[in-house]
Ligand binder design. Sequence first.
Ligand code: NAD
Length: 486
Amino acid sequence: MAYPTLTGYADPSLHARGLYIGGTWREGAGIPVMNPSTGDVLAEVPDAGIADAMQALDAAQAAAQGWRATPARQRSEILRRWFQLMTDHAEELATLISLENGKALPDARGEVAYAAEFFRWYAEEATRIPGEYRRTPSGSHNILVEHEPIGIALLITPWNFPAAMATRKIAPALAAGCTVVLKPASETPLTAYAMARLGEEAGVPPGVVNVLTTQQPAEVSNAMLADPRVRKLSFTGSTAVGRTLLAEAARRVVNCSMELGGNAPFIVLDDADLDAALDGAMVAKMRNAGEACTAANRFYVQAGIHDDFVQGLTARMAALRVGAGYDPATQCGPMITRRAIEKIDHLVSTAARQGARVTTGGTPLPGPGYFYPPTVLAHVPPGTAIAREEIFGPVAPVYRFETEDEAVRLANDTEYGLAAYLYTRDLQRALRVGKRLETGMLGINRGLMSDPAAPFGGVKQSGLGREGGVTGILEFMEPKYYAVEF
Ligand code: NAD
């Protein structure tokens, strides 16, 4: 099919792609943005340096007092308008996401709806920031606690959800009264710039949200973290980069929220409803073609249901239509880069060499574009690299187990602890096993857990803090305690 050109796809107001600093757009070039469905260059965006980043901080600083003093109701209404504008432009934004990220249109539409909901949720939460009053147990004085905006926040986001990972940070930060500098991933900057344009239209004052793209993320973010005006780092990305940023933030003791990698187990107990488990498995594995931090990475299936599960999963995976993200018939789009394909191929071929049986897929597809087919691996030996590393692709390795204890031990045998899934008809059993799983989130008979009203985040090396929910706003606030005598 013919691919839409960038200029043909949408309302021209969404074509912004300059650095967005202090409410002005600075056109430029230096970073090519690829279309992973074709391997062609879609556009170029500016490559910001340290001087640009300092100007973004100047702008965020100049706007900080005014935004903090803006009544919560007014901040809320701006966020609500931003939600509405994203919703009004949902189809254009979905197309843009699909073009620069490659994900299938239904996934892109789902992402836009999810992303917009953070603005609506935090428009509501902005007006309900909690406080606390109590008398000390000894009766010595009164304790008054108010939550203040933490200050300028640096937001760094990945390419796999270019809209949602940005709104999940911008919405609570603005609701709390903070100003921000957003650094989106260089692979998918166009969505971030388009959303900034909509924010401008929604009435976000100049300097409250600044956006810059750079090819030198370490140098630019380190320079910002070294600046005393930055009081918060909110990062979503890999655990490896998260660790480096935590070390960098430690120099000035910058407050950090970290949403890092995952290695989600998907456990099917032998009393599970097989069809429901297969439906859930397809969602948990194949949303975004497996390029999700919550993606089911290891399927642990109890002996009594194992063979039927492998057969059912193989049939469903083999039936998926692979194609360009933008093609309306596509169910599984391309991977983000050629390097991603090479990593997946390495994990799959190593597992196969070590004894795993490929029941469908298993070999990269020819280009142009970066395609890997939906793949199922059965009889995977537990010690292989594919059990330890994030696959980040459409590959489902299935492991057989006998007892609940064994499932829990295998599921917890990882440095990660972001998401887990569990299928059983017995709720008591689900809660009993669930309590023993080291995870920040658990889907019980459900393959999708993300929701703006829920606290999203992980334990162990999957992160620090939570995004979304009622506590997400507090990640951008500091409690101030007044000891009051009266
Ligand atoms: P990544 O860590 O390579 O990059 C994330 C962001 O950090 C990008 O904007 C990148 O430019 C920037 N970056 C890279 N090196 C940096 C450095 N040294 N200093 C400062 N910034 C730097 O991750 P990715 O490949 O873009 O995204 C995939 C990863 O993100 C996966 O591990 C996935 O699990 C994780 N992820 C986690 C969540 C979550 O909520 N826990 C959500 C989505 C993705």
